[in-house]
Design a protein around this ligand. Structure first.
Ligand code: BG6
Length: 481
């Protein structure tokens, strides 16, 4: 299909996501000649502005390499901008005319990226369907969370979309699925016989999946307070990782075969109970300097009595033959001591101890970011005359083995996938249904009972109680996770 004209329409072109992420991404794809040669980009938003204005706004977020200038000019020449409302069909009819102008030849394809607030998802998609679908090729729609805020609103949105587009046309982004190490999970698990037979309840004690961020809500408090960390990170990014760690081997690498297995493993998880979750909210760090160290409730866009969690630790159990009884601990938080996303698969203690308790557990660590790495912690004899044990690693740190350029950005990869039509790394609607089934009851309970989150200091490791929870869930804590 790449020889035909393609139009990439970015709705919400004046917003934050567009300027910080999507424009830079399409520029990098364009620069690296990864897109079809005849690709036209159209920004669409309510603001009256020109391509030059957009270019100016994006400047801060695009890194130009020496020699890029000429191509960069050409990139902006391939851009256009159209100002219109999100709810009036007539504006979309005009947008359609603009797109049609570029579509020479018998085949032409269209990709719509919805970088708009969820309040206009429904209007925008109806208008695309009524006024803008391609009559000479494919129409694909990229949409990003929030996909509702509970099971009911999410299924309403899913039904709405299903009435307009086929599932093959829908690309629901969870950008964690675009990350190198998340994509590597299936390879690690299914291409290595060393892991295949031990990946189960007989050998694995617990699995910890963590997301840590060293900054607070910083200006996004208004949005965040409506959602909280469970909806913002845990219900999507961390649960997606969990499905890839825990699913059975798919029949093939066909996207639907993979997603069938992901849904299946989610179906084995019962909704989370209150005793399986710990929530926290960061407070100001009096030793810190400047605004950044203010507490969540000090954010002027956050209600003073908000009980929205900025930290959560939840234990999930998968009730199937492979995993029964093995705790999967999901842990995420903002305003913590570091940026880190990783999976720790902790093996059981080796039975029949002859080392007087000095042998620690094996652990397979999959570091998603920063600094992609895969390492296996194991026990070895300390070299020398003694017979002491030492914990060491088989270490595949990407920066030592590969070039930085070998690891593309998540959005680049995902947007390119949409051009190519592969849905392997996108969320299917039934996955979403299962995710909400697991999380809706606990979200409701916490909100209705106005459960107070445990305070933790900005820049700390999170609530102290969280470490205890790890111990209770058969995760032997050593070092600083
Ligand atoms: C987004 C969340 O989905 O992921 C943000 O809405 C979070 O709150 C972000 O900061 C983290 O993404 P990354 O790629 O920086 O880990």
């Amino acid at each position: 299909d790449f020889q035909y004209p393609h139009t990439f329409i970015l709705l919400g072109a004046s917003g934050d996501l567009a300027k910080k992420k999507i424009y830079p991404t399409i520029w990098y794809l364009y620069r690296d000649n990864l897109l079809p040669e005849k690709t036209k980009f159209i920004g669409y938003a309510r603001t009256k502005q020109s391509v030059t204005d957009i270019r100016e706004k994006c400047k801060k977020y695009i890194k130009l390499l020496p020699g890029d200038e000429e191509k960069f000019e050409k990139f902006w020449q391939s851009n256009d901008y159209f100002s219109g409302t999100y709810d009036k069909r007539v504006d979309f009819e005009m947008l359609n005319q603009l797109i049609t102008k570029f579509e020479k030849g018998p085949v032409a394809n269209r990709i719509f990226y919805l970088a708009v607030p969820p309040t206009v998802f429904e209007d925008v998609t109806v208008n695309i369907r009524n006024a803008c679908v391609s009559i000479k090729g494919f129409t694909r729609v990229i949409i990003e969370k929030p996909f509702g805020r509970d099971d009911i609103s999410s299924s309403k949105l899913s039904n709405h979309l299903a009435g307009l587009f086929k599932e093959e046309q829908m690309y629901r982004i969870d950008h964690y699925l675009g990350k190198e190490m998340v994509q590597n999970l299936m390879t690690i698990r299914f291409a290595n016989q060393i892991f295949c037979p031990s990946w189960n309840r007989e050998n694995i004690a617990s699995v910890l999946i963590s997301f840590k961020e060293p900054f607070g809500t910083e200006g996004r408090g208004g949005y965040f307070d409506d959602f909280g960390i469970i909806r913002d990170v845990m219900q999507n990014h961390l649960l997606q990782i969990l499905s890839l760690v825990a699913m059975e081997k798919p029949v093939s690498l066909n996207p639907n075969d993979i997603r069938d297995e992901k849904v299946k493993v989610l179906r084995h998880i019962r909704p989370i109970k209150q005793e399986d979750i710990l929530i926290g909210q960061y407070v100001g760090n009096p030793d810190g300097q400047g605004d950044e160290k203010l507490g969540y409730l000090d954010d002027p866009t956050v209600p003073k009595d908000s009980v929205t969690p900025t930290y959560a630790l939840a234990t999930l159990f998968i009730n199937n033959a492979r995993w029964q009884g093995v705790p999967f601990i999901l842990r995420c938080g903002k305003a913590l001591n570091e940026r880190k996303a990783e999976v720790r698969v902790q093996y059981k203690d080796a039975p029949g101890d002859i080392f007087n308790g000095h042998a620690k557990r094996n652990e397979l660590v999959i570091r998603v970011q920063p600094g992609e790495a895969l390492y296996l912690k194991l026990m070895s004899k300390s070299p020398g005359m003694t017979f002491d044990l030492v914990e060491t690693e088989l270490d595949l740190t990407y920066s030592m083995r590969y070039r930085e350029a070998d690891v593309p950005d998540a959005y680049e990869r995902l947007i390119l996938d949409v051009f190519m039509g592969t849905q392997m790394h996108f969320v299917r609607s039934d996955e979403l249904t299962e995710a909400w089934r697991i999380f809706t009851p606990i979200l409701k309970e916490l909100e209705e009972q106005h459960v107070k989150p445990v305070p933790y200091r900005y820049g700390s490791r999170g609530p102290l109680e969280a470490d205890m929870k790890l111990g209770e869930n058969d995760f032997k804590y050593s070092g600083s996770y």
